[in-house]
Ligand binder design. Structure first.
Ligand SMILES: [Mg+2]
Length: 426
């Protein structure tokens, strides 16, 4: 087949993968506590003509190894050929898998590992395609259906500082008063209009009290609670009953699609998940059982932005609500999340983001959260620009900090040696 005229300048010439570390507060969860630095990998895909597309993904060593193994396979590929990219990466990785270092998305598998590797390269190629065609990424996903993306204030139980470190400015939040103070600070600073509390940290009754305190203090703001499957079936039934009328949705109270379905059958509110439905082959069983009424999309592990649009369409078909999951991230990921949310008609809830917890960034122009929302950018591509000096600084920080994988449990054990990750523990 003849090569299209002018296509040679659209060839991918170079792919650079750079691990970075950025300061992260001591946020508590059912798996432990966030380490002093969160890791990400920054992907730069360059074309012969000198354009650079950006992607961002997890930075743990095993995933980084797969990214670096995959990167050379993109050389010579047309920047628009995202399907060709996925085929090449599948061939290059040949069934390799990396463990899910975040521990929240179930067992690892080769197909899930491939989806996680494809994602940042797809985002970078869509950034390139947008720059090349003078269109924002959301236009390449079918066009925007909303002008601003609402996000929820992501509340965490936390210490006021890392052991041996200085205060991070947010203060401690270890009881209902602390959580309410954190919510007020988040709302004052960013204008959030909904709240999400990361649970699974304290006894369920303490977290019920925190939700009730939030409802009393900020009654106009809907609240969600996510204990990351820390509860038994009996506890999940009880908490769901006691928080009737107080929760917009209850996220992953208990492990597994069968467990979630049992809770959902009696819960007065919808159940959401980013744990029991995290890949396309989980959907048939989850739909049949009724495991979740809301699925949290996340382009980082669903295989990219277009795969996430397909997920949104499937949720729509089966009457399942759609929200968006977040891990600690920087501004490239936030931009990608915003373009995805802009182009997903079925998105039915404000999205999650860790953005307020990150004080550093690798982009020069991070998208701001104003009145609880991010305005959808119309600049070409993702609409964010890499800050080369910041990238170098955060890469140096990665090399110096000595952290190569996320280990919330191991880090908490340095303070509480008896700690074990909580799965159906209460
Ligand atoms: Mg969750």
């Amino acid at each position: 087949m003849a090569e299209p005229a002018g296509a040679s300048r659209d060839r991918i010439d170079e792919v650079v993968v750079t691990p970075v570390a950025f300061a992260d507060p001591p946020l508590l969860n059912a798996a432990g506590v966030h380490q002093p630095y969160a890791l990400r990998s920054i992907v730069q895909v360059r074309t012969v003509s000198g354009l650079t597309g950006l992607g961002e993904t997890y930075g743990d060593a095993a995933h980084l190894g797969l990214l670096r193994r995959a990167a050379p396979a993109l050389r010579g590929l047309d920047l628009f050929d995202t399907n060709g990219m996925a085929v090449r990466l599948a061939a290059e990785l040949r069934g390799a898998e990396a463990p899910d270092a975040h521990g929240l998305t179930g067992a690892s598998s080769p197909s899930k590992s491939l989806a996680r590797v494809v994602s940042p390269f797809e985002v970078a190629m869509l950034d390139l395609a947008g720059q090349r065609t003078d269109r924002p990424v959301h236009a390449l996903l079918g066009g925007r259906v909303r002008d601003a993306i609402p996000f929820a204030a992501y509340l965490f139980y936390k210490w006021d500082r890392h052991p041996g470190g200085g205060p991070d400015g947010w203060g401690a939040a270890l009881d209902p008063d602390g959580i309410v103070a954190q919510a007020r600070a988040m709302v004052d600073r960013y204008g959030f209009r909904s709240l999400k509390l990361k649970g699974g940290v304290f006894e369920p009754d303490a977290e019920i009290a925190a939700v009730r305190a939030l409802r009393a203090a900020l009654p106009e703001l809907p609240v969600r609670l996510d204990p990351n499957a820390a509860w038994t079936l009996a506890t999940s039934h009880r908490v769901a009953r006691e928080l009737a009328g107080d929760l917009q949705y209850l996220e992953d109270p208990t492990p597994g699609r069968y467990g979630m379905a049992a809770v959902a059958a009696r819960a007065p509110m919808p159940l959401a998940t980013n744990m029991c439905v995290v890949a396309f082959d989980h959907l048939p069983e989850a739909v049949r059982l009724g495991s979740a009424q809301v699925i949290l999309a996340d382009h980082h592990y669903w295989g990219g932005l277009r795969a996430s649009i397909r997920l949104a369409a499937m949720c729509d078909v089966f009457g399942i609500g759609l929200s968006m999951h977040s891990n600690s991230h920087l501004g490239i990921s936030l931009a990608a999340m915003v373009h995805l949310a802009a182009a997903a008609p079925a998105l039915s809830y404000p999205c999650d983001t860790h953005a307020p917890w990150a004080v550093d960034d690798v982009v020069a122009n991070p998208l701001p959260i104003v009145d609880g929302s991010v305005a959808v950018p119309d600049a070409p591509g993702l609409g964010v620009t890499l800050d080369e000096a910041a990238l170098a600084r955060l890469h140096r920080q990665y090399l110096d900090c000595g952290i190569t994988r996320r280990d919330d449990a191991g880090y908490l054990r340095t303070v509480q040696p008896e700690f074990r990750k909580r799965v159906a523990a209460w």
